[in-house]
Ligand binder design. Sequence first.
Ligand SMILES: [Zn+2]
Length: 157
Amino acid sequence: MATMTKRRETSLVQRLAGNGWRVLELPRVPHEALEEFAREVWRLAFHAIPWPSGWGVRWGVLTNARGLCPYEAKLILLDEAWMLNDSPEQIVRTLVHEMAHLQHPREWAETQSHGPGFQETCDRATAFVLSVLEPERRIEPTAEPEPEAQVDEWEYR
Ligand SMILES: [Zn+2]
């Protein structure tokens, strides 16, 4: 039993920090809200194939990265400080990018770079998600602005 407890503690620690990242302790937006949003993006991008078992999504503090996918921690991380200045489109792009990494662990392990398998998943999923989101994001221009009222006609008292 003691061994099990110790192992559980170790795995918790491994999920809080790693090389070039740590999970934010007090995010402005709750981790749960981010994960819920990410799961919606996943459903859309990958047509509701099951969420990968054991994986989570958290706000992090990252070294020189918008997002990160540390396989050993089974986490997708977004840098909150960076995301606060990013457009919703960029946040979705970053999420899909990390989700594509999640699906190509071998490529990353072998090359530590963006290989062709990763790139195709990322490009296709990003294009699809943005094509679906585009009409909702686009703000239709309102009618031509009314010319300013003729000040001359106003009555002043
Ligand atoms: Zn990447």
